[in-house]
Design a protein around this ligand. Structure first.
Ligand code: SAH
Length: 281
């Protein structure tokens, strides 16, 4: 295992290549693109390329930890609990080999699906963390790679329940293999984590009601079955829309009434039928 320490700030030069890449990105690169490149996007893209270069100096779990530190510095990852779970579940186990797993970008997992970007995983876990206490129940709709289902399972623990549903059988099979190689494997063996082939628009009534429902694909509107399966006091995070989508945070109050707000604009694959998804694949 490499012994490089990761407690240095991102800006700390570790090698001359990393050092010169920093200078290039912080000074020269921005001047090369004076006005044609939106400033916020330029800074974000510079940080991504920097992270990618930085990652090349680490291996395995060290790279995963460096990604978590990047997300903390980026400001999206705020709580120790979410940082701990993202450190424990190595993202590389959930990303197909040919892709850079720690880059802050969605990556293809086949069948016209993607594993969401690390900052989206971090954001959703932060939004849901109070509803992912030990012993609670979580439903991950469109579980894809299985990454978030594994994180949910670690947070709710062996007394809780984390259910992932995904409508592409091959992705469910692959996600089970991914989880088996991860720190969440004892929870899969125990049965507190399970992954199923099902149409997520109808939820998974067998384990309802849920404290948390996460939807990893964009729905034209919030499916009624999912609202019904949300426990009073529970929270759902769901992207809603077609081309332009909002990540909605939906809370069911104890009296059963619903309040929702838009967290941010997002771009997810659609929550749809299997045949529609596989068209042109
Ligand atoms: N959170 C997952 C996101 C995967 S992308 C991850 O980060 O790995 C969204 C997933 O939703 C895809 O795998 C897609 O196959 C799935 N999906 C789309 N429509 C669905 C539906 N009706 N039922 C179940 N899964 C669906």
């Amino acid at each position: 295992m490499p012994t490089l320490r990761l407690s240095l700030p991102l800006s700390a030069p570790r090698t001359s290549l990393l050092h010169s890449s920093r200078r290039f990105f912080s000074a020269g690169f921005s001047r090369l693109f004076p006005s044609c490149y939106p400033r916020g996007k330029l800074q974000r893209d510079c940080r991504r390329v920097q992270l990618f270069l930085k990652m090349e100096f680490y291996t395995g779990m060290d790279k995963n930890k460096a990604m978590v530190e990047y997300l903390q510095r980026y400001g999206v990852l705020r709580s120790d609990r979410v940082a701990e779970v993202m450190e424990m579940i190595d993202r590389a186990l959930f990303v197909p080999k040919e892709n850079p797993p720690y880059l802050d970008s969605p990556m293809p997992i086949g069948y016209n699906a993607t594993i969401s970007a690390p900052h989206m995983h971090a954001l959703c876990l932060e939004l849901l963390k109070d509803h992912l206490q030990p012993g609670m129940r979580a439903l991950d709709v469109g579980s894809g790679s299985g990454y978030l289902t594994a994180c949910f399972a670690m947070m709710v623990g062996p007394e809780g329940r984390a259910v992932g549903i995904e409508h592409i059988p091959e992705l469910v099979a692959a996600s089970i293999e991914n989880v088996k190689r991860s720190a969440a494997t004892p929870l899969l063996e125990k049965g507190s984590l399970s992954l199923h082939v099902a149409d997520g628009r109808y939820g998974w009534p067998e384990a309802a009601p849920y404290d948390t429902i996460h939807v990893g694909a964009a729905a034209p509107e919030i499916p009624k079955a999912l609202l019904d399966q949300l426990k009073p006091g529970g929270r759902m995070v769901i992207p809603v829309g077609d081309l332009f989508q909002d990540l909605q945070v939906v809370d069911k109050k104890l009296d059963g009434s619903i309040i929702s707000r838009n967290e941010t604009g997002v771009r997810y694959v659609p929550l749809t039928s299997r045949s529609a998804q596989l068209q042109n694949s």
